[in-house]
Design a protein around this ligand. Structure first.
Ligand SMILES: [Zn+2]
Length: 306
């Protein structure tokens, strides 16, 4: 395991002990710094988009880290407002990437009119979706919830309330320009049969744990000089908190020349013709902005090799 030395770009699993009847709560903390900057570099997003995308990545990482999967976890919003897509995906190795789609004109109008528009004004009507892609011929787990609430963590929380057997609470935040983002989540541990019995933790204990977690300030969660252990102790010291090994996360795109070729190869000659501009086909990765360019000669030889 890679040792975590900086106080950013990690997932820190922990457990809150000491509930009245001895039930422990499972938790996760994520804080992103340089990796997030790398993911946002080259996009030149308006600051509100960078901030929301920073939160999206933090939420995706924290949810992904609580699932057992081999493959890619995908979190995205689709909606009809100025910011129509927020997308992040995370591999089981901790590689993440992200992008947003937004209408520049609509977004600048709403920012000029309202200063600090609510999340729902920015995103509009739509949904938040989760899926896990474990490769060909494997099940694609999908969860869907309507966008509602004042933050992306609220939306994710709503999903758990509707569908999940685990009680889950979450906060996620990002700096205005998206340089640092972070998230905290606590969940009731399932018993051996995988089911949380309602009487395992009292409503009062659960509410208290959620209140402690929610008392985290943006300054603490996003302070890249504050070690996770110090922050978690500050929040949960009355009950006792146990930390497990943290894992690093990093920004890494999975696009490649060969994947682009494969995609192009699936087009008909007619469709391909429509892709030419100035006798060139240019494909730009939505995530990392890497450009792949093909001349007519390139395409002819590509076709021959298929
Ligand atoms: Zn890429």
């Amino acid at each position: 395991m890679t040792e975590i030395t900086a106080h950013t770009d990690f997932i820190q699993p922990f457990q809150v002990e000491g509930q009245e009847n001895g039930v422990a709560l499972r938790g996760r903390m994520v804080r992103l710094g340089p990796s997030l900057n790398q993911a946002l570099a080259g996009h030149d997003y308006p600051s509100v988009v960078s901030r929301l995308l920073g939160e999206t990545v933090a939420v995706a990482l924290i949810l992904a880290s609580s699932l057992k999967y081999e493959g890619v976890f995908i979190l995205q919003t689709k909606s009809d407002g100025p910011i129509s897509t927020l997308m992040a995906d995370v591999t089981s190795a901790g590689d993440f990437r992200c992008y947003a789609i937004f209408d520049e004109q609509k977004l600048s109008e709403i920012m000029a009119q309202e200063g600090e528009p609510t999340l729902m004004r920015l995103l509009g009507v739509g949904y938040l979706a989760f899926s896990v892609d474990q490769g060909q011929d494997t099940e694609r787990y999908q969860g869907l919830t309507e966008l509602a609430g004042t933050s992306l963590a609220d939306c994710a929380h709503q999903y758990f309330q509707q569908s999940e057997q685990l009680s889950t609470a979450m906060v996620a935040m990002a700096e205005e320009q998206g340089q640092v983002s972070g998230a905290l989540m606590i969940q009731q541990l399932p018993n051996e049969s995988g089911v949380v019995k309602e009487d395992e933790i009292s409503e009062e204990d659960w509410r208290r744990a959620v209140a402690l977690m929610s008392s985290v300030s943006p300054r603490e969660l996003l302070d890249d000089d504050l070690p996770a252990a110090d922050l978690l102790f500050r929040l949960f010291h009355e009950d006792g908190v146990r930390l497990y090994d943290a894992s690093p996360v990093q920004n890494k795109c999975r696009c490649s020349e060969s994947k682009v070729r494969q995609t192009l190869a699936s087009f008909s000659s007619e469709e391909m013709e429509g892709l030419y501009e100035d006798n060139k086909i240019s494909v730009v990765c939505e995530f990392c902005k890497t450009g792949y360019h093909y001349s007519r000669e390139d395409m002819a030889s590509l076709r021959e090799t298929l």
